[in-house]
Design a protein around this ligand. Structure first.
Ligand code: ATP
Ligand code: MG
Length: 427
């Protein structure tokens, strides 16, 4: 834990505001003014802490953008910059497609550059500007959750939020620019060069430290959206978590979980969370296990382009994870044997533990980090010890057939990031 917290900012973490900005009671908004939960939804959650007193979600939801800006500025002071839309237009050439970095459920992300004339104290740097799609699901609430969480949480493995913009119905976020983009792009985009084994390990460890920091906070934070597209990489492949729109405060007191509407990304969400809406830090551990499997196999958590029995990565991979002989059949063929056999075996067993059906059987983040760090010393490459079947083609041919696979694609009442539907579960 000590390690994962080592570079964190000493700024005190005041969690009550995050309860206030739960994204769970949401319906799809056509515009900002419709984002108004009833007062009773919030009154029981708002603790009267002085410095963030005005930063409650109910107040902010009912407020004009001018009032929101005033409240955020008062709460975050110089820690976050309050940008004007015209400034962000200027630095992204009016959100030109030439500056497009990517697009997600929230909207588009554009590259920009702030020079030293823009603001006093703001160092010249490249930034990523996320432009909220106001028609998008959860828009305003996710924006606000992100400002409140990332505005307060600082760690070397969390992407840095530089500022925000709230003007009329426009909502934007300004982050440090991550030159190597997302892990998703590196693992799955055809044009990308294969990520070496050592880099995969480094990324897994960095992302694990980000998650450990959240779970190890005085008031634990459940990230709820751990996936390869939310793991961003700097020029040295240091991993940082982004997207805190779905983050949630962990259970307090004697509570074992928080009950929420089910939201997340299909393929990554823990089965008990999907079926009950009960959210714990162990839900994030499940998602971490899924990402480990993606790193190991080079396959997506959910891939509708594959045969039905291979679409759901966890279900497909599980039978291969406990035997070294079987494991080599599913290791990413793009690695072409350039990986540690022992390391892959340990990573597979760790992933298997993380995706255990019973949350109690899943390890905690500090143990995960310890296991992964130990793998960095291993140098037994598969190609040099004759264990690699030879070519990507033969590895695919070696796949075992797996029977009795569970399909849960028909789950209803759940909000998945890219196909939103209403849920009945209590928020
Ligand atoms: N700070 C950043 N620096 C560089 N690129 C970024 C940054 N933030 C986002 N991106 C790029 O923009 C893409 C879209 O990000 P975004 O978070 O909007 O969507 P997503 O993660 O793909 O999906 P979701 O909305 O479900 O989280 C990312 O995959 C990444 O390539
Ligand atoms: Mg994202």
């Amino acid at each position: 834990m000590k390690d994962s917290n080592s570079n964190s900012n000493s700024k005190p973490w005041r969690p009550f505001t995050a309860n206030c900005c739960s994204t769970d009671q949401t319906i799809s908004f056509g515009n900002f003014s419709r984002c108004r939960p009833s007062k009773s939804d919030f009154s029981k959650n708002i603790a009267p802490l002085p410095s963030f007193r005005r930063l409650s979600f109910s107040d902010l939801s009912r407020s004009s953008s001018a009032r929101i800006n005033e409240d955020l500025a008062q709460s975050f002071g110089s820690d976050l910059y309050d940008f004007q839309l015209s400034e962000l237009r200027a630095i992204t050439q009016n959100f030109s497609s030439n500056f497009l970095l990517g697009e997600g459920g929230f909207g588009t992300v554009h590259k920009g550059y702030v020079d030293d004339n823009m603001r006093q104290d703001l160092k010249p740097q490249a930034v990523a500007v996320k432009l909220l799609d106001i028609e998008g699901l959860q828009g305003h609430r996710e924006w606000l959750a992100e400002v409140i969480f990332l505005g307060q949480l600082r760690h070397q493995n969390l992407v840095k939020l530089i500022g925000y913009c709230c003007e009329n119905e426009e909502r934007l976020l300004v982050y440090e620019f991550m030159p190597r983009g997302s892990l998703e792009n590196h693992l799955f985009k055809r044009i990308s060069i294969c990520l070496p084994w050592g880099t995969r390990l480094k990324i897994a460890i960095g992302a694990a430290k980000g998650l450990a920091f959240l779970h190890g906070a005085e008031k634990p934070v459940i990230y709820r959206d751990f996936k390869t597209s939310n793991i961003l990489l700097d020029s040295d492949f240091n991993a940082k978590l982004s997207d805190f729109g779905l983050a949630k405060m962990g259970p307090e007191g004697s509570n074992t979980h928080v009950t929420t509407r089910v939201m997340g990304t299909y393929g990554y969400a823990a089965p008990e969370y999907v079926s009950t809406g009960h959210l714990t830090t162990k839900s994030d551990i499940y998602s971490f296990g899924v990402v480990l499997l993606e790193l190991l196999t080079g396959r997506r958590a959910m891939d509708k382009t594959r045969p039905k029995s291979e679409q759901h990565l966890v279900d497909w991979a599980k039978p291969y994870l406990t035997s070294s002989r079987r494991l080599r059949c599913i290791v990413d063929p793009r690695l072409a044997g350039q990986y540690s056999v022992k390391g892959a075996k340990e990573m597979a067993l760790l992933a298997l533990q993380c995706v255990s059906f019973n949350p109690k059987d899943r390890p905690r983040m500090p143990a995960i980090i310890e296991t992964l760090e130990a793998l960095q010393q291993l140098r037994d490459m598969a190609v040099s010890c004759g264990q690699w079947p030879g070519s990507p083609k033969s590895s695919r041919n070696g796949l075992l057939s797996v029977k009795g696979r569970r399909e849960n694609g028909g789950a209803s009442g759940i909000i998945w990031k890219h196909s939103p539907v209403a849920s009945n579960t209590k928020g």
